[in-house]
Design a protein around this ligand. Structure first.
Ligand code: N01
Length: 508
């Protein structure tokens, strides 16, 4: 099936494609949005993806050992259960295969524009449309859904001399599979969830591995296991059984891990005991002992990182990095660590926004958020009519599946479209007052979370304006906040100027 895009017969804009909904990003959230649009009967949409394949995080993070640390039956769309997961915590290849398969099976692939980047765009208040410029031409859309992911662009640290390093450098989020690390002296900068997964894998083949740690992370066991063939067969035969397993995993993450993150006394004790058990050398153990509360930063859920650091051919360096030299890394104690390759496990630029887009007043989101990053329900922004963010501010999680936050947002967008159809609405813009009230509430709740009180710096919090990436509560309170479209909080303009965008087919 191909997407039919109506053309404006009256002007030069004959080359301008017109769609009802433009989704930016073909990762888990963007494809989920596309699938639910189709299921709700909407066909007039496109998904712009700058890369050459769909998959988002699970396409880009292909480093050795990459895997999810949320149970797979929960870390999947509620509307597309996968009875075939082979592990409780699936690996990257399996996750990427799942996303591609679900996208294909739900007829979404034909709506995806690969290698098409949204370069710019403005809201046209007269036409009540977004005018988008993409790398493959102009598009006019009534609604824009930004699904770019909170952690999609690698963060390259501003370390002096990095550009003059004569060896090889790459980031964990863009692993260079053509570069063989066998027999090399490799330096890894960063010890977060990504580095903790690939360090044990590459330590098997490097001549020497030097891990540069700025802050020790709390670690916790993965509790992974293979899912047996018999279990998988049972899920095929009895889908209700799989729903039961998902429900159990939901409550485990929600009650056990969610509570543990905010009240970590027991988990800290377990983590310390494990550190004592695995790392016998008191000096190394001291370097690995955090001085802040567990849960303040993202907990590293991992079994093999600590044992890897005890290997004789792996060193943990905690002296601060002064600069990168042409042949290695110089640390504050005056030591130059000679290296052939540097792998940056330095995380991501948090929450990139669709910056090329300009709202009703001509400003970008960065400009609008100069003082404070704020969105209504983490989804809509005053001054940006008909614009939705999936996994926007305050909608990520440190204790469970991100899809439990993305799916209510997706349903919210579908509800807005239905409301538009029912009442002939051309545009919706959240009232500033409603957005402010929502964000004042969030700010109040954030004051007592462990992310604020735990004594650490992390990507969860924006130091400048005190806002957070995470939802300060359990998933059910987020779902409740979005369970219906709160149209009273929106300014609405009637009379969609072009009715031809409104065609809805019967739901599948
Ligand atoms: O990135 P991170 P990540 N000099 O930001 C260090 C998810 N995820 O790619 O802690 C020296 O966590 C930085 O040090 P510090 C998960 O949500 C999930 O590992 O800031 N060091 C830190 O050690 C995760 O949180 C899974 O002091 C520098 C590291 O680099 C998120 O993705 C797997 C530095 C960055 O850690 C990101 O994880 C992987 C500098 N200039 C990822 N700059 C699973 O589901 C940064 N660092 C298992």
């Amino acid at each position: 099936m191909t997407v039919t895009l109506s053309r404006d017969p009256a002007s030069e804009a004959a080359a301008v494609e017109r769609v009802r909904v433009a989704i930016i990003g073909a990762g888990f959230a963007g494809l989920g949005m596309a699938i639910r649009l189709r299921q709700a009967g909407y066909e007039d949409f496109v998904v712009f993806e700058r890369a050459s394949e769909v998959g988002g995080t699970w396409r880009d993070n292909s480093y050795p050992g990459a895997a999810v640390d949320v149970r797979s039956h929960l870390y999947s769309y509620s509307f597309a259960p996968n009875p075939d997961w082979t592990q409780v915590l699936a690996g990257q290849v399996e996750l990427w295969d799942y996303i591609r398969r679900v996208s294909r099976e739900n007829g979404v692939d034909d709506h995806v524009r690969l290698e098409t980047e949204v370069l710019g765009g403005e809201w046209d208040d007269d036409a009540q449309r977004w005018r988008l410029r993409t790398s493959r031409g102009d598009v006019e859309a009534q609604f824009v859904v930004s699904a770019m992911g909170p952690l999609s662009n690698p963060s390259v640290p501003d370390i002096p001399g990095l550009e003059d390093f004569r060896g090889h450098v790459f980031h964990s989020g863009r692993w260079d599979h053509d570069h063989d690390l066998t027999g090399e002296r490799v330096g890894v900068i960063g010890t977060g969830s990504s580095a903790a997964q690939f360090v044990p894998e590459i330590a098997e083949r490097t001549a020497h591995l030097t891990v540069f740690q700025r802050t020790p992370h709390w670690t916790f066991p993965r509790l992974n296991r293979r899912i047996t063939r018999a279990e998988r067969a049972a899920y095929h035969r009895l889908p209700a059984l799989q729903r039961l397993v998902r429900a159990r995993q939901y409550w485990f993450h929600e009650l056990v891990l969610g509570s543990a993150v905010q009240h970590p006394v027991v988990t800290e004790t377990i983590s310390r005991a494990r550190l004592r058990w695995v790392v016998r050398d008191p000096e190394l153990r001291g370097k690995l002992t955090p001085s802040y509360r567990m849960g303040c930063k993202r907990i590293v859920i991992n079994d093999s990182f600590l044992p890897a650091l005890t290997r004789p051919d792996v060193s943990l360096v905690t002296d601060p990095i002064v600069r990168v030299t042409p042949h290695g890394v110089l640390t504050a104690d005056g030591t130059e660590h000679p290296l052939d390759t540097i792998v940056l496990g330095t995380g991501f630029q948090v929450m990139p926004v669709a910056d090329p887009l300009r709202g009703r007043d001509g400003d970008t989101l960065t400009e609008r958020w100069a003082d404070r990053r704020a969105a209504h329900l983490g989804t809509t922004v005053a001054g940006f009519p008909n614009y939705f963010m999936l996994v926007g501010p305050n909608t990520a999680t440190g204790h469970t599946s991100i899809l439990l936050y993305a799916e209510p947002q997706i349903e919210y967008v579908v509800e807005v479209l239905r409301h538009a159809d029912r009442h002939g609405i051309g545009s919706f813009e959240v009232r500033q007052q409603a957005q402010d009230a929502f964000n004042d509430g969030i700010r109040e709740r954030l004051r007592t979370t462990i992310w604020t009180t735990g004594g650490c710096d992390s990507w969860y919090l924006n130091e400048r304006d005190g806002t957070s990436v995470l939802w300060p509560g359990f998933t059910w309170s987020f779902r409740k906040a979005l369970r219906r479209f709160d149209h009273e909080n929106y300014l609405m303009h009637r009379d969609a100027p072009r009715r031809d965008h409104g065609a809805v087919r019967q739901p599948d």
